[in-house]
Design a protein around this ligand. Structure first.
Ligand SMILES: Cc1ncc(COP(=O)(O)O)c(C=O)c1O
Length: 385
């Protein structure tokens, strides 16, 4: 139940990786031989599956990156250098993962712009009135998570995007926690950039995608320089390759891109609606069980929630909870979840978090709650049992 950190891999993915290495591996886009053609085809097919997954208009808008962290750093760096000037404002919500805060702070320092926080309420929902008040003609970027990893909140991206566009700001969506659970549609969301990590959606580690609106990707400078991303190099200057290659310097992570394509197909074969329905049932079940434990506090009570059940049990330290349930074979995450501002909001140092994937069951949730009774017993909370 630590799937928000990383999901387990189905055979469809590990077989695709093994098959690729056994039969199709070569470097891409540069060989004249058949093997390189096959590798290039497998790699570019994965890009097409990714395009379908987020419903981008064109594969030119899909860049392979290491994961969400790299996707966000790429946008902050390339779009930031292109667009941000002194006095500009970058709006980032209070519930962001550090990877959607720190790259913007770095870019703000370099450009003389400022990061402003969009606050949330005690249920873990963005305060939309405050968001609207923060938007103004200085707002250049709104960087927002679709689903909060520490709370499970699903944010109203479509609405927030429309309001950001009204003041001319670009919208960057962190879809790391949305991609495993929700159907993504960049055209419907109308966002300018969206990024996700393969390893959280049953794919390999070290691979993810960044979607960018074609017009913007064309306009902004490359992130890194090297092979693959150029059209012509002389000592007088360099012409860059077309997108998406302009943003893919060096030999890409070919095998894991192929594995990622297999993960996307795995999810589509299961059906995104089926996955969401199953996980929502699990979340609801966990909330029902929790209602019977009066010393259990849930963090994240948003109306629209996905995948994450974060909690505290009385005054027991989350690390003790995590260690004890682990002895019963249950993996949960404890800590600040790379979301220290969220911990600060709730005035805690850490929380315990169970996060669900398609292979979890209600029986497993029963076992988690039995194990939590064991935690109470160890800490002498007999009156609660
Ligand atoms: C909401 C959110 N954003 C970004 C990240 C960073 O993802 P990665 O470590 O795969 O780059 C995570 C990972 O936990 C996350 O949950």
């Amino acid at each position: 139940m630590d799937n928000a950190a990383s999901a387990q891999k189905p055979l469809a993915v590990t077989n695709a990786l093994a098959h690729y290495y056994a039969t199709n591996h070569a470097n891409v886009h540069r060989g004249v031989h058949a093997l390189s053609d096959r590798a290039t085809e497998a790699f570019e097919n994965a890009r097409e599956y990714s395009r379908q997954f987020v419903n981008a208009r064109h594969t030119r808008e899909i860049i392979f990156v290491r994961g969400t962290t790299e996707g966000l750093n790429l946008v902050a760096s390339s779009y930031g250098r292109h667009r941000l000037k002194p006095g500009d404002e970058i709006l980032v919500s209070e519930m962001e993962h550090h990877s959607n805060i720190v790259p913007w702070q770095l870019m703000a320092e370099q450009t003389g712009s400022a990061v402003r926080m969009i606050p949330m309420d005690d249920r873990g929902e963005i305060i939309l009135d405050e968001y609207q008040n923060l938007l103004n003609e200085k707002t250049a970027v709104v960087a927002i998570t679709y689903v909060a990893n520490s709370l499970g909140t699903v944010n109203p991206i479509r609405l927030m995007t429309a309001q950001a566009h009204d003041v001319g700001a670009a919208v960057v969506v962190d879809a790391a926690q949305a991609a495993p659970h929700l159907k993504l549609d960049v055209q419907e969301l109308d966002c300018d950039f969206l990024t996700l990590s393969g390893h959280k959606m049953y794919g390999p580690t070290g691979i993810g995608i960044l979607y960018g609106r074609e017009r913007l990707l064309d306009a902004i400078p490359p992130y890194q320089g090297g092979g693959e991303m150029i059209r012509k190099v002389t000592f007088q200057g360099t012409e860059y390759a077309e997108i998406p290659h302009k943003f893919e310097a060096g030999t890409p992570n070919i095998a894991d891109s192929v594995g990622f394509g297999a993960a996307v197909q795995f999810m589509q074969d299961l059906g995104l609606d089926t996955i969401a329905a199953h996980e929502n049932r699990l979340l609801e079940y966990a909330h029902q069980q929790a209602a019977e434990m009066e010393d259990l506090r849930i963090f994240g009570q948003a109306e629209n929630k996905s995948g994450v059940f974060a909690f505290a049990l009385g005054d027991i330290h989350p690390h003790d909870i995590g260690t004890i349930v682990d002895r019963d074979g249950i993996a949960i995450r404890v800590g600040h979840h790379c979301a220290m501002p969220v911990m600060r909001h709730f005035d805690v140092a850490a929380t315990a978090r169970a996060s669900f994937a398609v292979y979890n069951t209600t029986d497993e949730i029963d076992r988690l709650f039995e194990s939590l009774q064991g935690v109470r017993r160890i800490f002498g909370k007999w009156w609660m049992i």
